[in-house]
Design a protein around this ligand. Structure first.
Ligand code: ANZ
Ligand code: ZN
Length: 818
């Protein structure tokens, strides 16, 4: 059938698939399957990580098509974001929009070439008004529901560039651009979403999404961080104010010798500091605010305010400190310091010679302690609670606080509210208008989108959002009173753009609504979502949150966005280092496709490792895949006749060939939408090819044998098609198939074909495996024993003597004890 020439196959089928609109999504799905890969940030061309992610999704999509499902398999671009501004800076004022669109077009061309089965009619780009209009709409729904609020926020700040930086941009504590040490700055009027209000639900529902990897579910549970404890109110010696603390160990309340307030906490500035110490306290707060968390954890320091808090349990005084190992955003931002039973408190107390009082485990000598005692034990020095096992003490002290009105049980979450405001140009404008009379007024839905002006030339932030310097953008009228007003100059965190995109795909062109509810009912939730584990807590939490909000408002049929999540492994170089531009060890999918073709590149990648594991990319893998493709190309060329063979008329090698291809088919059927271990499917096909070549040594002796070769080629074509679509389609056509292989039925495994004529029996000598023999299935115990004793390795080991013992496990194993 001529030589394998991937170039002609690719151009032939690309054109036919486009003409036939093969990937067009059905309007009326009967059995739906929604497979989605995380959309891409358009930072340049497609790299190997994308290539892997999308190819995995493509196998599933094509397989589902063949199983008769109506498949939704869309793609889009997460097109807003800071790197566009960074590129603009580096490359002399190329406009972020121009840079982004250029990258999208390059990426799209590569993706089309890779033959990923996307319905391109549904492509979305988050930086275009027809999309971000609805991102703004989502913002307004949260606002309407009371889930958006304005508050001051703390940001990483570079004093030289005068801009806020993400944590990644301030790695090592310096500005990525100019190296200036990062400081924290408090910005007024940032928008937050009340994710914390959903913490309990986001946590509980993790139990329901059992199609997600346990790793991700654990990451999310920890990130939400539910913690049960008590809240206790302490009085102050120098004012009538009170301080609340959250503690998981109220049983240690009698061991409190100091209190520590976070420097971020507004409380730190309003504390009734001793006037003699005020300067020192203010100085400490100023310095502490610029230290990152790791630094704070290493050197636990603080400053004494000269004042005391009053323990409501016994009226005792506890020194009041400001200390930066206390986190501003957790609990109440205040810790009750129990040095005897908390390691951080212990280190702090040692440093500042604060008293240590043991209240669990009466035998302990505080003077002799080298670390905190954190285990369970009996309460002591604890007034009426003495002698109580401390676990019981937790409930008892909490109940006591409640009864006395100075505390009670409290559940605390680590999950913070979501800060959405960014002082950036290249993002989705926040649809809010600030009026001196009416305050923050939402833009009426009919006035959306608030268009991001493209004629801005200074899009590098200087102290505030660049949009703030554009009067044409800023100046507007208040929607409520009609008076002069200003727009919110900030743009949204790009996680907002990706928090709802999966549902836009169900109705991507809708100009009236974000989507018709009917369309969402047809397709949601996503059946399989594929992407990197790095999104486990950010994106994967935000899109669950927004889904719940929109579900509550009746816009979505489910309150979880994706039934199953699959994290593909990394793509590494031959040495096992993750490919990255910075390391200079990337290979380009384009070059590989140029040299080997799409199918070989895909097969090589699938064969390297199971989809969740990292792969070590190597040229050898490509050469191996190419040889394999040439081998099957030849085999299909000698296909034989069509029709079902009568197995009883086949020679043993033909029967074995038939068995092996059905085994491969069984593996494919199980793994293409199951564990996604395509490597084992390919291994199955390789074994089938070996059996095929063994059978092909003798020309077929009857029509059934000819049919067996035909059947082999037919199954091979279908099994290979999702992984190597051009080959699969070409084989299908050459074997007389009509229409696309992806619209043809997935073959059924013949259970009879799977039965073996022979069994493999393991031969052990003194319990160690030495050999295997093939015997007819159904061989008697005696026959198995005889075969084992006749085996060369056993004869050698016996060396003419009688065995001590022969143990036969029928159908499996013979152990000869010598
Ligand atoms: C007293 C105490 C005694 C504590 C003891 C622990 C052991 P999780 O489990 O993570 O919720 N804590 C409270 N707010 C904090 C903040 N803003 N920054 C740093 N630490 C804070 O931890 C709760 C415990 O972490 C609380 O219980 C508190 O210390 C501390 F023997 O209170 B504990
Ligand atoms: Zn107004």
């Amino acid at each position: 059938m001529g030589d394998y020439d991937f170039r002609s196959l690719e151009s032939k089928w690309q054109k036919r698939w486009t003409d036939a609109k093969l990937y067009r999504t059905s309007d009326a799905p009967k059995r739906k399957y929604y497979v989605l890969e995380m959309f891409a940030y358009p930072s340049g061309d497609i790299h190997m990580g994308h290539f892997r992610n999308y190819s995995i999704g493509d196998v599933v999509a094509r397989f589902k098509m063949m199983q008769g499902f109506d498949v939704l398999h869309p793609f889009g671009w997460d097109a807003f974001g800071q790197p566009a501004e960074g590129a603009a800076l580096k490359r002399g004022n190329i406009h972020p929009h121009e840079w982004t669109i250029g990258n999208i077009e390059t990426g799209n061309a590569t993706l089309q070439r890779m033959a990923i089965s996307y319905d391109w009619d549904r492509e979305i780009r988050t930086c275009e008004p027809d999309y971000y209009k609805w991102t703004q709409w989502v913002f307004l729904q949260l606002h309407k529901a009371g889930l958006a609020y304005r508050a001051p926020s703390w940001v990483n700040w570079c004093t030289k560039d005068e801009w806020a930086l993400t944590n990644e941009q301030s790695e090592g504590g310096v500005c990525w651009r100019c190296g200036t040490p990062i400081t924290m700055k408090e910005l007024q009027g940032s928008w937050f979403f009340r994710t914390s209000q959903f913490a309990d639900r986001l946590l509980k529902d993790i139990d329901r999404i059992d199609g997600w990897p346990d790793t991700v579910r654990t990451i999310q549970r920890n990130w939400i961080g539910r913690s049960e404890g008590a809240e206790i109110t302490f009085g102050l010696d120098a004012s009538k104010d009170a301080i609340k603390v959250f503690t998981t160990r109220p049983d240690t309340i009698y061991g409190v010798t100091f209190m520590a307030v976070s420097p971020e906490s507004p409380l730190a500035r309003s504390l009734p500091t001793d006037p003699a110490r005020r300067r020192e306290v203010e100085e400490y707060i100023r310095k502490a605010l610029v230290r990152d968390e790791a630094q704070r954890d290493r050197e636990k320091d603080g400053v004494f305010t000269g004042r005391h808090a009053i323990n409501p349990f016994n009226g005792e005084k506890a020194q009041l400190w400001v200390a930066d190992y206390v986190l501003g955003g957790y609990g109440t931002g205040v810790v009750m310091g129990v040095p005897a039973h908390d390691q951080r408190d212990f280190e702090f107390a040692k440093r500042y010679a604060i008293p240590i009082r043991v209240v669990i485990n009466p035998g302990l000598d505080p003077a002799a302690m080298t670390e905190a005692f954190v285990d369970d034990g009996i309460m002591c020095n604890s007034g009426p609670f003495d002698g109580t096992p401390n676990q019981e003490g937790i409930a008892k002290t909490t109940a006591h606080a409640k009864a006395k009105g100075f505390g009670g049980p409290k559940v605390n979450f680590k999950l913070r509210d979501w800060l959405v405001s960014r002082q950036r140009y290249w993002g989705c404008p926040i649809p809010i208008i600030h009026c001196a009379e009416c305050g923050a007024v939402p833009v009426p839905e009919k006035d959306l989108p608030v268009v991001l002006p493209l004629d801005i030339t200074q899009y590098v932030p200087k102290g505030r959002s660049p949009l703030a310097d554009s009067p044409a953008f800023m100046k507007t009228k208040c929607p409520k009173c009609g008076g002069p007003a200003e727009r919110d100059p900030d743009t949204m965190d790009t996680f907002m753009c990706s928090s709802w995109y999966q549902t836009r795909y169900v109705d991507p062109k809708n100009a009236k609504n974000p989507w018709e509810k009917e369309e969402a009912r047809k397709w949601m939730p996503v059946d399989l979502y594929i992407g990197g584990v790095e999104h486990a807590r950010g994106h994967c939490l935000y899109f669950r949150f927004i889904t719940k909000v929109l579900y509550d408002q009746g816009w979505l049929p489910t309150d979880e966005p994706a039934l199953r999540l699959f994290n593909h492994g990394m793509v590494c170089d031959e040495k096992g280092d993750v490919m990255s531009k910075r390391k200079g060890n990337v290979v380009s999918p384009q070059e590989i496709m140029d040299k080997y073709g799409v199918d070989v590149a895909r097969l090589a990648m699938f064969f390297f490792a199971p989809s969740e594991d990292e792969i070590k990319w190597s040229e050898r893998g490509l050469i191996g895949a190419q040889r394999f493709v040439e081998r099957i190309w030849e085999a299909v060329g000698k296909a034989g006749a069509s029709g079902a063979p009568d197995a009883s008329k086949l020679s043993a090698p033909c029967r074995e060939m038939r068995r092996k291809i059905h085994v491969a088919l069984q593996k494919a059927t199980g793994s293409f939408d199951g564990n996604l271990h395509f490597n084992t499917v390919i291994a199955g096909l390789m074994e089938a090819m070996n059996a095929h070549d063994a059978a092909a040594k003798k020309p077929p002796s009857n029509d059934d044998e000819r049919r067996a070769f035909g059947e082999f080629a037919g199954i091979l074509a279908k099994v290979i098609a999702p992984m190597a679509p051009f080959l699969g389609e070409e084989f299908h056509e050459r074997l007389g198939g009509t229409g696309s292989v992806f619209r043809s039925a997935w073959p059924a495994v013949d259970p009879a074909a799977l039965k073996t004529d022979t069994i493999e029996v393991v031969i052990q000598i003194n319990g160690k495996t030495r050999a295997t023999v093939e015997l007819p299935s159904g061989s008697s115990e005696d026959a198995v024993r005889a075969a084992a004793l006749a085996h060369e390795s056993v004869r050698k080991a016996l060396d003419g003597k009688q065995p001590k013992k022969v143990i036969v496990v029928r159908g499996k194993l013979v152990n000869v004890v010598v």
